[in-house]
Design a protein around this ligand. Structure first.
Ligand SMILES: CCCCCCCCCCCCCCCCCCCCCCCCCC(=O)SCCNC(=O)CCNC(=O)[C@H](O)C(C)(C)COP(=O)(O)OP(=O)(O)OC[C@H]1O[C@@H](n2cnc3c(N)ncnc32)[C@H](O)[C@@H]1OP(=O)(O)O
Ligand SMILES: NC(=O)C1=CN([C@@H]2O[C@H](COP(=O)(O)OP(=O)(O)OC[C@H]3O[C@@H](n4cnc5c(N)ncnc54)[C@H](OP(=O)(O)O)[C@@H]3O)[C@@H](O)[C@H]2O)C=CC1
Length: 515
């Protein structure tokens, strides 16, 4: 029997961000491996016209939870959704709910965050910093609490090249920032934001660094650990390969490439693509929860869960495998044939944007206008290019993350725990993983049926023919114009024509001789 799985038996676990990508996979694994856990409290807000119960029902009803329902048929009774908005004071939790949380919680997994790169500083600080502080305050009033696991990101210190498993100080104290945001108005905040975030690439990574400072400074006597995953990707093995459910990070890029919208990107091909499967992250989270509660390390330990130093893959290899998968399993109704040009040069990147992205969008919009429809491709392309420009920072650099604590933890696990809660990324076969990833994007994100593959392949063939036809026509028109204007072009043209003529005459003569 797994020690870690047994540890969670009978426990009351509080999860924030349980409706997010990581949170769902965490809940799934907990229910599947420790069906005898007492309860999982999840802090949820109503969203998109759905009540808390409807949101929970939708999660449990998804394919991700199919195995759970076999192992833990009463899973509905073991989830307790608590109304909470982390943007509000005391999270707007009712008194009764708060009392229950304070008196019963054994373990906290704090996953909630805003992961948008362009959020306002006020909102990002509220969620990624102030809410963490508030949760720590709540945790300090929980008599039964055994461990508090805070999820940060490996990019919280991406202004450094080599990152150790320590909490780095931020140039401005988190308390000062929280205080000043209370009285500064939005216009001033917007003005000072670039000065505050300095060499961090965006507000998200900056506020995640501040969040870690809060954990360090407000941890009181709590048993805390911080986990820093790199780019979290689709599931590797559990509960099945390729599960993914949002368009963040590589997912949106895979869709945009598979649908033929994105055909070139400013990326350093040999830079490390530090993607880490979500189930690997969850396995480490559960192992850390157990270790922190049972071994009670004297200080707050930071754990990196990255792939680059143990089993590196670069963007070139990833791009090639993604394209190879599109050949076998194309996405439906592509705009153009998928292609991937990598360039690290700004000028070439601008060229590709004009020729490969903007021009086809404008041509398509003209076609839509001519056929009496509303043009939309240029707008869509502009948004896509804006998104890609925000991701560029991360695909043009490589980082080194030390993983001593993660490796130490691996060595502390029994062979059974190493198997059930495997976070050894050295065993990952990238080619297989990427293929399953692309397949998962098709099935679970785009909700496309595998039966549509032959039709998609046919459409790709048609697009290829249109592409050749279009290029030939373009070449002939350009050449015709050139000939009309330039004596040199005319000379070259006559030289080529006379050469072909002579060649053909010679060929005809020699074949007549043979006869
Ligand atoms: C490489 C070579 C490729 C070559 C060519 C092809 C090669 C072949 C394949 C290549 C292989 C794979 C290569 C992968 C490279 C990946 C790099 C990943 C780096 C990740 C670093 C993460 C580091 C930190 C990790 C962490 O620690 S945490 C998680 C990170 N956090 C995020 O990833 C949130 C980001 N996002 C936002 O910050 C917001 O999305 C915002 C952008 C502001 C827009 O915001 P806005 O426009 O207001 O609105 P949205 O509703 O959000 O989206 C509006 C519109 O954009 C679309 N769209 C949103 N997203 C994406 C996205 N990704 N990709 C594409 N489209 C996207 C959406 O479809 C919608 O389309 P539309 O509706 O217009 O049709
Ligand atoms: N995905 C990645 O690549 C990486 C993620 N991480 C970290 O992992 C954690 C989880 O990320 P991920 O699952 O991908 O993110 P998601 O965006 O998928 O999930 C975010 C979660 O936070 C919740 N949340 C946001 N705002 C509020 C609020 N005001 N009140 C209550 N809940 C709120 C969301 O709830 P709702 O559903 O209601 O919006 C959702 O459950 C984050 O801390 C992130 O920084 C770290 C490295 C990489």
């Amino acid at each position: 029997m797994s020690t870690i799985a047994a540890f969670y038996g009978g426990k009351s676990i509080l999860i924030t961000g349980a409706t997010g990508f990581l949170g769902k996979v965490l809940m799934e694994k907990l229910f599947r491996t420790s069906p005898d856990l007492k309860v999982i409290y999840i802090l949820v807000r109503p969203k998109a016209g759905q009540t808390l119960q409807q949101r929970v029902f939708q999660i449990l009803d998804s394919k991700l939870f199919e195995k759970v329902k076999e192992v833990c048929p009463n899973v509905h009774e073991k989830i307790r959704a608590i109304y909470a908005d982390l943007n509000q004071n005391d999270f707007a939790i009712s008194k009764e709910d708060m009392q229950e949380l304070l008196s019963c919680t054994n373990i906290i997994f704090h996953c909630a965050a805003t992961v948008r790169f362009d959020d306002t500083l006020r909102h990002a600080v509220q969620l990624n910093v102030t809410a963490t502080r508030q949760l720590l305050l709540m945790a300090s009033q929980m008599p039964k609490l055994e461990a508090f696991i805070h999820i940060s990101t490996a990019y919280s210190n991406c202004n450094l090249k080599h990152i150790d498993e320590v909490i780095y100080p931020c140039p401005v104290e988190q308390k000062k920032i929280i205080d000043s945001l209370e009285w500064l108005d939005d216009a001033i905040i917007d003005e000072i934001t670039p000065k505050l975030i300095r060499d961090w690439p965006n507000i998200y990574t900056y506020t995640k660094a501040l969040g870690e400072m809060v954990v360090q400074q407000e941890s009181r006597n709590l048993n805390i650990a911080i986990i820093r995953p790199s780019i979290v990707g689709a599931t590797w093995q559990e509960p099945f390969p390729g599960w993914v459910d949002n368009i963040n990070g590589p997912n949106g890029i895979i869709i945009a490439t598979g649908k033929g919208f994105l055909r070139a990107i400013k990326a350093t091909p040999m830079a490390v693509a530090d993607v880490i499967p979500v189930d690997t992250v969850v396995n480490l989270m559960l192992a850390v929860g157990w270790y922190t509660a049972v071994h009670r390390p004297k200080s707050t330990l930071v754990y990196h869960i990255t792939s680059g130093n143990m089993n590196p893959c670069n963007w070139h290899k990833m791009g090639v495998q993604v394209l190879a998968t599109f050949e076998k399993i194309p996405f439906e109704r592509p705009f153009r044939r998928p292609n991937a040009n990598f360039t690290s040069n700004s000028f070439t990147s601008q060229y590709w944007n004009a020729v490969s992205h903007r021009a086809p969008a404008i041509i398509y919009d003209c076609y839509l206008r001519l056929t009496g429809r509303k043009p939309r491709m240029t707008k869509l392309m502009n948004r896509l290019l804006r998104t890609v420009s925000m991701l560029e920072y991360f695909i043009n650099r490589s980082w080194e993350w030390s993983t001593y604590n993660t490796e130490m933890l691996m060595s502390e696990l029994s062979p059974e725990d190493q198997r059930v809660f495997n976070f050894d990324v050295r065993q990952l076969n990238w080619l297989e993983y990427i293929e399953n990833y692309v397949l998962g994007v098709k099935k679970y994100l785009l909700k496309e049926d595998m039966a549509g593959i032959p039709k998609a392949k046919q459409r790709l063939k048609r697009l290829r023919n249109i592409h050749y036809l279009f290029n030939t026509a373009l070449f002939l028109i350009a050449w015709r114009l050139l000939i009309a204007r330039s004596q040199m072009a005319r000379n070259v043209w006559f030289f080529i024509v006379s050469f072909c003529y002579k060649f053909l005459s010679y060929f005809r003569a020699s074949s007549t001789l043979k006869v």
